[in-house]
Design a protein around this ligand. Structure first.
Ligand SMILES: [Zn+2]
Length: 264
């Protein structure tokens, strides 16, 4: 019989910056983030990376934990978010793009351009105890790419992060939250242990975890409402037989395709 558990509450952030130009509503100010972290602490909650959250769920110790995620790997995470997380005793998962290290968010047509973390910054974040996950190589919609590109994005990014940090990442995060069965199975078969989506609907499982958007407009009151809504919805995480972790991750892919901007 398929087992069903409630999805853990996981907040989704992107950039942490004082910039006012924010057409995609992806930025919170450091002050707003500090308030969110204090709000969690005041309620006896602790923010953790998603890998830690899932391990705690398996052990039955996740009751006071909330997942914190930062997508895209903006360099402002290192400068603005990291000191706040450490001060408040929280941690997080940062989903980075190893095909764009030290580059910019060129995929966002309307900007503003923001710097992405480089290899040194990535190591700094890892050394500070944060979890690094993959957001693919270049921020592509994985439901709209050729199968060869899909493999390069999923497997190539994992291998590059392993080279950079010394450990293969456990987590993946679908760019734009775009996930379908093909992308989900590619992520699972690449050896990841979990993947984050946004609102995956019937695909929800450990390879398509739902997350709650957290933005600049979210006061404590709104966070409370979002938490209650999450609990009321009882987002379910069925253990689909087809979405079980692979028994042994295939670390070597002998036919890994090489693409421009892909794995080399
Ligand atoms: Zn993204």
């Amino acid at each position: 019989m398929t087992e069903v558990r409630r999805a853990p509450w996981t907040l989704m952030y992107h950039s942490v910056d004082d910039s006012r130009e924010d057409p995609y509503l992806l930025t919170v100010t450091p002050r707003r983030l500090a308030r969110h972290l204090a709000w969690l602490t005041d309620r006896g909650l602790r923010g953790v990376g998603v890998g830690e959250l899932l391990r705690a769920m398996a052990d039955g110790t996740a009751r006071r934990l909330v997942g914190l995620t930062f997508d895209d790997g903006y360099d402002d995470f290192r400068r603005a978010a990291l000191p706040l997380l450490l001060r408040h005793g929280h941690s997080a998962t940062v989903f980075v793009l190893p095909g764009r290290l030290g580059g910019e968010n060129a995929w966002d047509a309307r900007g503003p351009r923001k710097r992405l973390v480089d290899a040194a910054g990535l190591r700094e974040i890892t050394a500070a105890g944060m979890e690094i996950g993959s957001h693919g190589l270049l921020h592509r919609d994985l439901t709209a790419v050729h199968a060869v590109t899909l493999l390069a994005e999923v497997r190539g990014s994992r291998r590059r992060l392993e080279d950079l940090t010394g450990a293969a990442p456990a987590g993946f995060c679908y760019p734009y939250g775009a996930v379908d069965t093909r992308a989900l199975l590619a992520v699972r078969d690449a050896g990841y242990e979990y993947a984050c989506a946004v609102d995956p609907g019937p695909l929800a499982c450990r390879y398509a975890l739902p997350r709650t958007y957290a933005g600049q407009a979210d006061t404590g009151l709104r966070l409370r409402a979002k938490r209650l809504r999450h609990r009321a919805r009882r987002s379910l995480l069925p253990d689909h037989p087809w979405a079980a972790p692979m028994p042994r991750p295939p670390e070597e892919a002998p036919d890994l395709p090489v693409l421009p901007g892909g794995d080399t």
